[in-house]
Design a protein around this ligand. Structure first.
Ligand code: SAM
Length: 279
């Protein structure tokens, strides 16, 4: 794409000064951007959905990977205007002005796509939870997620039991998907540099550990981690009146605390909620 304007020129020409409220920390290094896209695996001839293209650095790298179609959603109208040159240059790209938290993505991208994004920090977790919470079918309308998060959020996504980052997000991300950190990105790589370092997380869906409604799992994890320091026989009372029957079903000692349970044990508790608890 040598004939396209340089990203720095695009930013200057469109007055795209970073707006903190929109989580705007741009990536301008084409080698780094290509490396992030490689974390998504082979996306040649695939459909990709990008949230927050900004000035279009990651967008260009995704197009360079040979995708069939790229749908990008951007909230900042200045960035949408700045992307007009790229849209005119490449017919595979469709840029929409909108809020990624409110869109019907399936209607935009169809039933099979890869999501790649350098997410705005303020809505990154909310978007991930939204994409992981699809009831059925599973795998969902997306085939993989390749997402930049602040490092601490990335660690919460991949966390294992008995570690400080283990909690609701780890369980939601791991009960029917495999998340891993594929790359660490220092704060200095962004313009402007944020206060924290970042990491790219790649998530691929797989068979659920136990076939349960995601809402039930959320009820259990919200109760257990809502009172993280309490024993399960106490914390689970907000999920059911019949805690002893639930613990008995799952074969779990009520003196244990939430962070000691494996993801599978949480799934079994969620299954128990639908089978042995009347309320
Ligand atoms: N992809 C660009 C890059 O890597 O340089 C920009 C990434 S920047 C971290 C996040 C982008 O998300 C910004 O362009 C911001 O305007 C956009 N954004 C923020 N909130 C959004 C929302 N609710 N829906 C869509 N885009 C949003």
């Amino acid at each position: 794409m040598a004939e396209l304007s340089k990203l720095k020129d695009v930013i200057a020409r469109h007055g795209l000064s970073a707006n903190k409220a929109l989580g705007q920390n741009f990536l301008l290094d084409s080698n780094l951007l290509a490396k992030i896209v490689r974390c998504a695996g082979d996306i040649k001839s695939e459909t990709v959905y990008e949230v927050g293209p900004g000035p279009g650095g990651l967008t260009r790298a995704i197009l360079d990977a040979g995708v069939k179609k790229l749908v990008a959603v951007e909230y900042d109208v200045r960035a949408v205007e700045a992307l007009a040159e790229l849209v005119a240059h490449d017919a595979r790209l469709n840029v929409l002005h909108g809020d990624a938290l409110k869109l019907d993505e399936q209607a935009l991208v169809g039933k099979s796509c890869h999501i790649i994004a350098n997410l705005p920090y303020n809505i990154g977790t909310a978007l991930l939870v939204r994409w992981l919470s699809n009831e059925r079918p599973w795998p969902s309308w997306w085939q993989s997620l390749t997402l930049m998060f602040q490092k601490e959020v990335a660690e919460r996504i991949i966390a294992k039991p008995d570690t400080k980052h283990y909690g609701r997000l780890a369980i939601l991300a791991q009960w029917r998907a495999e998340p891993r950190i594929t790359m660490h990105v220092p704060a200095s790589a962004f313009s402007p540099a944020p206060k924290v370092n970042s990491a790219v997380v790649h998530i691929v869906p797989r068979e659920p550990l136990v076939d349960i409604p995601v809402k039930t799992l959320e009820t259990i994890t919200a109760a257990a981690f809502g009172q993280r320091r309490k024993m399960l026989r106490t914390s689970l009372k907000s999920a059911t009146r019949d805690v002893p029957a639930l613990l008995d079903y799952a074969g779990i000692d009520g003196n244990r605390r939430a962070e000691t349970l494996s993801v599978k044990e949480f799934c079994t508790l969620a299954e128990g909620l639908t089978k042995v608890c009347v309320d």
